[in-house]
Design a protein around this ligand. Structure first.
Ligand SMILES: CC(C)(COP(=O)(O)OP(=O)(O)OC[C@H]1O[C@@H](n2cnc3c(N)ncnc32)[C@H](O)[C@@H]1OP(=O)(O)O)[C@@H](O)C(=O)NCCC(=O)NCCS
Length: 314
């Protein structure tokens, strides 16, 4: 989709801001957030330096009015890229303000890292990201699954409820799964596990969550696969994988975990769940596709930062 006309304002130049566009870029304040118009609230808003150099945010003011906002932040789990979001007032779109804001945010980065954002493939926000030279780093397949489709999956004798397993094992399994499934495209940071598991105890549906426990050679069983069910969303969100990339029989163990979790949800009268994972999850994806998912494809993309303009030589 190209060439969106701005009613009453004509279709002004493509790309750079036009003459007469006098936009003053300032740090975003809590007052500006409190007074934010609806279009600005489409993106997460925090005051500039909310987490010091880890949160930088800007507002573009024209006359008395906010016409653009931008924010970058780091994830406490990763730290390999800056997440970023930009919003432009609807009547000022397609006149280069979004692009200008990406340059402003680029200059606010404390580290020389690229940006990252995400969205459904056919969303306008992704067309904007592509215009900024985004490249796909991960794909999330259609995620809506009918609980009734679970009969395509087999049970597995090693699978049990997470409620029967010590909490520490659940938390460790969660961190282990997360680390290796992100290693190739968005590696975790040094203290990621603490941040990742911070709210897990409140969010996890322990009865519906399933784990595969296989006797270890030394002392005790260990969780080798899991299917986590989260309480804080409706329909419930389901994730699953093995705790190590090279788990023997991994796909079969994940299959059994997902089957049990969906059985528990079915018994409670749930009819739909949302799967959350990636095309690169080798044991989860085959199980996922056998359940006939529907919905939209979702992309995570890396967006290069705008290099600082070269300083004129004196
Ligand atoms: C996405 C958004 C920030 C773009 O702001 P903008 O000021 O219109 O962006 P620009 O004018 O700099 O557009 C740069 C290029 O992005 C692409 N683009 C922007 N909006 C687009 C749209 N709606 N459809 C298709 N392409 C689009 C175009 O290639 C455009 O260049 P062109 O106008 O020369 O064709 C704005 O539409 C918005 O606020 N959307 C709602 C919030 C949102 O989804 N933000 C996520 C951004 S990370």
């Amino acid at each position: 989709m190209t060439g969106v006309a701005v009613p009453g304002r004509g279709r002004l130049g493509r790309g750079a801001l036009c003459e007469g566009d006098r936009v003053d870029f300032r740090p975003l304040t809590q007052d500006a957030i409190d007074a934010a118009p609806e279009w600005m609230r489409e993106i997460p808003l925090r005051p500039d330096r909310w987490r010091d150099a880890h949160t930088r945010s800007v507002v573009g003011i024209e006359g008395e009015d906010a016409v653009a906002a931008g924010i970058l932040w780091t994830s406490r789990v990763h730290g390999d890229r800056y997440w970023f979001e930009i919003a432009v007032a609807p009547y000022r779109r397609r006149r280069g303000l979004g692009r200008e804001m990406s340059a402003r945010l680029s200059a606010l980065r404390g580290d020389d890292l690229a940006f990252m954002t995400r969205g459904y493939v056919d969303d306008d926000r992704m067309a904007f990201a592509r215009a900024l030279a985004a490249r796909t780093i991960q794909v999330v397949p259609p995620a809506d699954i009918a609980v009734a489709s679970r009969t395509a999956l087999r049970h597995h004798p090693a699978v049990r409820s997470a409620a029967d397993v010590e909490w520490l094992q659940i938390a460790e399994a969660n961190a282990a799964v997360y680390a290796w499934t992100h290693a190739a495209w968005s590696p975790v940071g040094p203290q990621f596990a603490e941040a990742l598991n911070e709210d897990l105890a409140d969010e996890l549906d322990r009865d519906a969550t399933s784990v595969a426990v296989v006797a270890g050679r030394v002392v005790a069983g260990r969780v080798v696969a899991n299917c986590m069910v989260y309480l804080d969303e409706s329909p419930p969100v389901v994730t699953a994988e093995t705790t190590a990339a090279d788990t023997p029989d991994g796909e079969r163990l994940v299959e059994g975990c997902v089957r049990r979790s969906l059985d528990v949800l079915a018994a409670r009268g749930e009819t739909d769940v949302v799967f959350d994972g990636h095309v690169s999850d080798p044991h989860f994806l085959p199980v996922w596709t056998r359940l006939g998912p529907t919905g939209r494809w979702f992309h995570l993309v890396e967006v290069p930062a705008v290099p600082a303009p070269a300083r004129p030589r004196s």
